[in-house]
Design a protein around this ligand. Structure first.
Ligand SMILES: Cc1cc2nc3c(=O)[nH]c(=O)nc-3n(C[C@H](O)[C@H](O)[C@H](O)COP(=O)(O)O)c2cc1C
Length: 198
């Protein structure tokens, strides 16, 4: 990957079976891409890359090595991240853990569940613990529920993004929240880099 000094790189790596997590990932990418000098990659975790329960696509991890920030995404299944996401997470082990290769990168999480409180926070908790094991810096959602003029963060999640489908689509306010979050994340990445280079 060719990198440019002033550009910042964000990846959203997610699993989605039916497209709603993918729609949230797309909105995060949209928001992040609105910030000048930000390049965004979306990486879908594919079942075909999971062999004997472990994610085996080294290229995904190599791309993530280059990023300034990584957003982790999974639907909530049975009160936690989907098995496909966990297979990806377990595949991070090795030097990325033992040598903390992702130390100092920003991390964030997104999830979706069929219920307004479908224990989605358990998925976000898992992602934040995983990020802390890797030495990453967790980014929260800074919108007070019930106090945003446009109704963002209607589900009242601060640990990360949660969402709920409205029929087959994702609720429009949840998509707007994801777009806002992507923008905030990108701005934070640029701020962080400026401070660390100072
Ligand atoms: C096996 C399974 C378990 C699920 N468990 C939960 C759950 O614990 N909480 C919840 O709110 N929704 C749950 N759901 C609903 C999904 O999270 C929801 O349909 C989501 O939008 C799917 O994401 P996707 O469209 O990206 O595949 C479950 C769905 C499946 C298939």
């Amino acid at each position: 990957m060719n990198t440019t000094k002033n550009e910042r790189y964000i990846a959203i790596v997610y699993f989605s079976a039916n497209g709603t997590t993918a729609a949230m990932a797309g909105q995060v990418a949209e928001g992040a891409g609105q910030v000048d000098g930000t390049r965004v990659r979306q990486i879908a975790i594919q079942g075909k890359d999971i062999v004997e329960g472990r994610y085996r696509n080294p290229e995904t991890y190599r791309v993530l090595d280059q990023m300034d920030a990584i957003v982790f995404g999974s639907p909530t299944y049975m009160g936690g991240p989907a098995a496909q996401f966990k297979a990806f997470a377990d595949g991070i082990s090795g030097p990325r853990y033992s040598e903390q290769l992702w130390r100092g990168k920003l991390a964030a999480g997104l999830t979706i569940g069929g219920c307004p409180n479908g224990d989605q926070s358990a998925s976000l908790s898992y992602m934040s613990i995983m990020a802390s094991q890797l030495g990453m810096i967790w980014m929260n959602l800074d919108v007070a529920c019930g106090h945003h003029p446009d109704g963002l963060n209607r589900l009242g999640s601060h640990l990360g993004l949660t969402a709920q489908p409205d029929g087959t689509d994702v609720n429009a306010l949840d998509l707007d929240t994801a777009c806002y979050f992507g923008q905030q994340l990108a701005e934070t990445v640029h701020r962080f880099k400026r401070v660390s280079e100072w």
